[in-house]
Design a protein around this ligand. Structure first.
Ligand code: OFO
Length: 171
């Protein structure tokens, strides 16, 4: 059984994961209209990952005697300045989510909820991977700069750069 505090904090995290999924979906859709189908594919996959993170939390809260709340979400932007800007946003967003996960872990320790603490370790590891991935993509974009040929190759190759297998969706 989760305590009220843990339940509220987990529901907040459900909202974060849902908002991440929606944000990345908006990015994917805009990028697709710019003709960068590889970058779009990557971002659609990231959006799916975030939805899976949300679902995993929804099921956990319900299984532990709480009630998962499905949140209303703010409409994400329709347009973005550039691909570079998008990945800067992805990194910023992932750092924010990592901080939220850490806060959640702290609440579990205070509430002596070691089961949820254990459950959250998967998210802790996932955030490390996701931040590293966003940094890796940003490093590549810096190298490319304004080189259009470089962007062509980046778009072609990005779908094959993804989070390692053990952190992917089947969990
Ligand atoms: Fe849900 O993993 Fe990032 O945000």
């Amino acid at each position: 059984m989760v305590t009220n505090k843990v339940e509220t904090a987990l529901n907040k995290q459900i909202e974060f994961e849902a908002a991440s999924s929606q944000y990345y979906l908006a990015m994917a859709s805009w990028v697709e209209t710019q003709g960068l189908t590889g970058v779009a594919e990557f971002l659609y996959a990231q959006s799916d990952e975030e939805r899976m993170h949300m679902l995993k939390l929804v099921k956990y809260v319900n299984e532990r005697g709480g009630q998962a709340v499905i949140p209303a979400l703010k409409e994400p932007p329709k347009k973005f300045k550039s691909i570079q800007f998008i990945f800067e946003e992805v990194l910023k967003h992932e750092v924010l989510v990592s901080n939220e996960i850490n806060r959640l872990v702290e609440i579990c320790l205070k509430e002596k909820d070691y089961t949820t603490h254990n459950f959250l370790q998967w998210y802790v590891a996932e955030q490390i991977e996701e931040e590293a991935l966003a940094r890796k993509v940003l490093d590549k974009l810096k190298l490319i700069g304004d080189d259009r040929g470089g962007m062509y190759l980046f778009d072609r190759d990005l779908p094959s750069i993804s989070v390692p297998a053990q952190t992917r969706s089947k969990n």
